[in-house]
Design a binder for this molecule. Structure first.
Ligand code: HEC
Length: 210
């Protein structure tokens, strides 16, 4: 049987034993507040310092984010002096076409079909028919047009005046170099449907089995 006195003594002993934990926690809390209540703005907090009342400041004009220097305008717009260009901004290689085929299969074939005839599962069920790349207008279109369509999408009419976007932009999903690779691959698809033996270089004709 414990006496009242020995129980009190046990409580005191426990306090001494564990008291330092509480003291330590108190110390930590104390040094916390200094950094916690430093002068700063929370996200979107108003500020009376700037005339427009915003604490978040717009970028200084001419600011360029790391890795986003766009000095080669043709690579990023497909335009030369405001006109769609008809040349590739870099050489077309077999690797580039393979990359274009892969990206086309991922992003475009679901609607336009693997051969670009505009026949696909989506086309069968959708309200707007995806373009057929083998129609004369697109056979004649400069390659910059394909880059432009992937970058900006397609509009029917003026979106501010009852028009709408009939194909969405792929700019956020497909990087510029890959958009050109897809454009080159579409050109190859177009050629493939209208080619004759004369288009094959003589030294490669043997591979056709003729
Ligand atoms: C979700 C379906 C869909 C996907 C995916 C899609 N498109 Fe389209 N695309 C369309 C539709 C629909 C049209 C026809 C728009 C119209 O007639 O107004 C179109 C039109 C086009 C045209 C013709 C523009 C013109 O001059 O009339 C091109 C070129 C084109 N797409 C390229 C692409 C490429 C390249 C990709 C892949 C990066 C792609 N599309 C992905 C639905 C799609």
């Amino acid at each position: 049987m414990q006496t009242l006195r020995s129980r009190r003594f046990a409580t005191l002993a426990r306090l001494v034993r564990y008291g330092w934990v509480g003291l330590f926690a108190l110390l930590l809390a104390a040094c916390h507040t200094d950094m916690y209540s430093q002068p700063k703005f929370q996200t979107y907090e108003p500020s009376s310092f700037f005339a427009d009342g915003r604490s978040s400041r717009p970028n200084v004009p001419g600011t360029v984010a790391v890795g986003q220097v766009q000095t080669d305008t043709y690579l990023y717009t497909g335009m030369i002096d405001g006109q769609l260009g008809d040349v590739m901004p870099f050489p077309v290689t077999a690797d580039l076409l393979a990359r274009g085929q892969q990206q086309f299969t991922i992003y475009c074939s679901v609607c336009h079909g693997v051969a670009g005839f505009g026949q696909s599962m989506v086309a069968e069920r959708g309200a707007i028919v995806p373009a057929n790349f083998h129609q004369q207008r697109l056979l004649d279109a400069p390659i910059g047009h394909f880059f432009d369509v992937i970058t900006n999408g397609v509009y029917r009419g003026d979106p501010n005046n009852g028009g709408y976007q009939s194909m969405f932009s792929y700019a956020s999903r497909v990087k510029p170099e890959d958009r050109w690779a897809i454009a080159a691959y579409i050109r190859a698809l177009q050629l493939s449907q209208n080619a004759t033996v004369d288009d094959v270089p003589p030294e490669a004709r043997a591979q056709l089995g003729r």
